[in-house]
Ligand binder design. Structure first.
Ligand SMILES: *Cc1c(COP(=O)(O)O)cnc(C)c1O
Length: 392
């Protein structure tokens, strides 16, 4: 048996086959279709008797390379690439759920995922309920006989609360429910949900996987059987990734490990520094001992991730002042970029929620979320320091 290669090696060396040009790096296959040698080959490919590319909505060498790598890193058998993270979230639900089914999800979800579950799936008779993140016992109580899928993100956005993956894996298997984990915040470098029993892993590759704020992309990974169903759904509904994005994202995976190491190192040090600051009420970061789920973080994550949240003492107005006084950190909706980014959810992404809704998803008036980038730590801290001083 060949020894299993390590994460970094798999990410760098997994490559779809070379063409007759003997290129070192795989070229971009910008073609909508692929030619058949003869009628018999065309018949056999359409009949699924032999493998091969037919049309780029079904498969493309660049997207296949990206997904093959991601499968090796996540420890799953198969997967498909999608045009965005939301295409992945939607397809991973729509491929399995039908009228009368129920989806159980954690309350703290990415905004558009929340809209899909509460506004779009119900149009087709799919019901949902939410569980408060971190309340282990609550999950099992909410399971009904119609529950077909459990969906969760960990760490959560922007609260950075964790979900116990081992526990969810156990109850999903006990009740025969598909466990679908959005692993966008952690990436497979920090945690592999499949190893805790998750059946489907979903990604927004737009964030840390691209890591440089260039392209949108997503992926759905799992066992061959489950992905066959997703592939059927995606092939006929068309959320295909562009080959150019597949090429970019496959290259991005080659540097994921070194980037995540640095994101996490900068984030931990920033979080430790923030804990010493006067104007800061509290700091949340999974690898700080002050995080209420620190033990769980150490159990299921390799490092604490690139995101840090903190509460500014001067509340809603302080949060706005903090953003307005930043000189280097970007004010933008993305995260997981080489460039550090600050957001103030209470006045932007979550401003439409009621006070109770905000609090139940962990958003307080003075909460600031920082996606820690790859600039020098001293420069990140000095920008945050002067903006904090102006916000008090
Ligand atoms: C950004 C994000 C998504 C959606 O991904 P897009 O690529 O923007 O469509 C889904 N889940 C999480 C946790 C995200 O941060």
């Amino acid at each position: 048996m060949k020894p299993k290669k390590n994460f970094e090696t798999l990410a760098v060396r997994t490559q779809t086959s070379r063409s007759s040009q003997r290129e070192h790096s795989v070229p971009i296959y910008t073609t909508s279709s692929f030619v058949f040698n003869d009628a018999e080959q065309a018949r056999a490919m359409f009949a699924n008797e032999i493998e091969g590319n037919i049309y780029s909505r079904f498969s493309n060498p660049n997207n296949d390379e990206f997904v093959q790598k991601l499968c090796l890193l996540e420890g799953t058998e198969d997967g498909i690439a999608t045009a965005s993270g939301m295409a992945a979230m939607f397809c991973s639900m729509a491929a399995f759920l039908q009228k009368g089914d129920h989806i159980l999800a954690s309350r703290a979800l990415f905004g558009s995922t929340h809209q899909v579950i509460t506004q779009i799936l119900p149009k087709w008779g799919i019901d949902y309920s939410y569980v408060d993140i971190g309340d282990n016992g609550a999950w099992e109580k909410e399971i009904r006989k119609e529950t077909k899928m459990i969906f969760a993100e960990t760490p959560s956005n922007p609260g950075l609360d964790l979900i116990d993956l081992g526990y969810l894996g156990e109850i999903a298997s006990k009740h025969g429910i598909i466990l679908n984990i959005d692993n966008c915040f952690a990436t497979p470098y920090l945690q592999t949900p499949a190893s805790f029993g998750a059946h489907i892993i979903t990604h927004s590759a737009t964030k840390f996987i691209d890591g440089q704020g260039r392209v949108l992309g997503g992926a759905i990974l799992g066992s061959r059987d489950l992905i066959e169903k997703v592939r059927f759904f995606a092939r006929h509904t068309g959320p295909a990734m562009s080959p150019f994005h597949g090429w970019i994202l496959s290259k991005s995976l080659e540097t994921l490990a070194v980037r995540m190491e640095k994101h996490c190192e900068n984030a931990l040090k920033l979080a430790q520094w923030l804990e010493t600051q006067q104007g800061v009420q509290w700091v949340k970061y999974p690898f700080l001992p002050s995080h209420s789920q620190h033990k769980l973080a150490l159990k299921q994550m390799r490092l604490g991730g690139g995101m840090v949240t903190f509460e500014i003492k001067s509340g809603l107005e302080g949060g706005r002042k903090f953003l307005n006084n930043l000189k280097m950190l970007s004010l933008t909706a993305n995260l997981g970029d080489t460039r550090s980014i600050a957001t103030h959810p209470a006045s932007t992404t979550h401003s439409k929620l009621s006070k109770e809704e905000k609090l139940s998803t962990g958003i307080s008036d003075g909460l600031i979320r920082i996606s820690t980038g790859l600039e020098h730590l001293d420069d990140i801290i000095s920008d945050v320091e002067q903006a904090l001083a102006a916000a008090i």
